[in-house]
Write a protein that binds this ligand. Structure first.
Ligand code: IPM
Ligand code: MG
Length: 357
């Protein structure tokens, strides 16, 4: 029996709907295993801008630092996407949170539930058995370097920067994870062009000597983007920079059938943050059709990584597996053979997961 403080940060768009389901799952786990989870809620992103003018209000940051784990939804609003001149943007809240909490390692497990083999646009025989764990560096690179305009605003720049220490700490996490899996690590960079990538490769090569039991390959990001689709099964743990990781994990979501299925964990110096990799999806917001399973699987990662509750986490994953086996689908993972009665909305899907738990 453990006592834990969980902060719920639903954010924008479907973040609200799916995080509600993730929270219900955490509650059910607490009841079943006799844990005491207490919850608080905080604002981030567009909803926080509307309420306070700040995409990451100080109150939210304070609550984040004082909780044991954070279940996060999504940030973003179409209003800003079409207004490149907006000075205050929802995404700034997310980026600042990553920096302030020292969340330098973003884990994105890409695992296909067998029942979803036909939901992907990639051929089932290519996908079957694919199981990749991405480590995306999350607090460096072009995301956080100097950016601005010059020449009277006619030229823009974003500086990519990495220090040895930043590469080493994410590299180490990836090597450690590879040791607990198939002992295979692929490091992705663009060392034929970028200086940051050459430093990245040097540091990973140093670590290779400390982990002689892990088999390492280095790939350029363009080649890796191709290989991921051609033969996803050849990869086990993949470690890469912030920007490349952002792009490659969206691509890799197709290996898992749908973006709606993928959870992620952001960890580092302080409180861990667990969130779906999908965004705020304003096109379906408020319709009750969003797939809550990525939030449910984020809750599973939270239980495992932040609380060390393996059995609890495993039960949540099994619940998702069972619900899919019974044939239930949300719209995004349904196919032409799914009977209409088996296509559930967000809440109903959550209820099926809870029944199993
Ligand atoms: C992600 C998202 C964010 C990112 C956006 C919303 C800033 O795409 O978490 O992958 O680029 O990191
Ligand atoms: Mg992204």
């Amino acid at each position: 029996m453990a006592q834990k403080k969980i902060l719920i940060v639903p954010g924008d768009g479907i973040g609200q709907e799916v995080t509600e389901v993730g929270k219900r799952v955490l509650d059910a786990i607490a009841a079943k295993f006799g844990h005491e989870f207490t919850y608080d809620e905080a604002l981030i992103g567009h909803v926080a801008i509307e309420a306070t003018g700040n995409p990451l209000p100080e109150e939210t940051l304070h609550k984040m630092k004082n909780s044991d784990a954070i279940l996060f939804g999504a940030v973003g609003h179409p209003k800003y996407d079409n207004d490149p001149s907006a000075k205050v943007r929802p995404e700034q809240g997310l980026l600042r949170m990553r920096k302030e909490l020292g969340l330098y390692a973003n884990l994105r497990p890409i695992k296909l539930f067998d029942e979803l083999l036909s939901a992907s646009s990639i051929k089932p025989e290519i996908l079957k058995g694919a199981d990749i764990l991405f480590f995306r560096e999350l607090t460096g690179d072009i995301y956080f370097g100097e950016k601005g305009r010059k020449n009277d605003g006619d030229t823009a720049y974003d500086v990519a920067e990495y220090s040895r220490y930043e590469v080493e700490r994410i590299g180490r996490k990836a090597f450690e994870a590879a040791r607990t899996r198939k002992k295979k690590l692929c490091s992705v960079d663009k060392a034929n062009v970028l200086e940051t990538s050459r430093l990245w490769r040097e540091e990973i090569q140093k670590l290779e000597k400390e982990y002689p039991d892990v088999q390492v390959e280095h790939q350029f990001v363009d080649a890796l983007a191709m290989m991921l689709i051609k033969d996803p099964k050849r990869f086990d743990v993949v470690v890469t920079t912030n920007l490349f990781g952002d792009i490659l994990t969206d691509e890799a979501s197709q290996i898992a059938g749908s973006m709606g299925m993928l959870a992620s964990a952001s960890i580092g110096d302080g409180t861990g943050v667990y969130e779906p990799i999908h965004g705020s999806a304003h096109d379906i917001t408020g319709k009750g059709v969003a797939n809550p399973l990525a939030s449910v699987l984020s809750a599973a990662l939270l239980l495992d990584i932040s609380f060390g509750m393996k059995a609890e986490s495993e039960l949540v994953i099994q619940a998702v597996d069972q619900v899919l086996k019974q044939g239930y689908r949300t719209r995004d993972i349904a196919d032409a053979n799914t009977p209409a009665a088996m296509i559930l909305g967000t809440e109903a899907m959550g209820t099926e997961v809870l029944k199993f738990i």
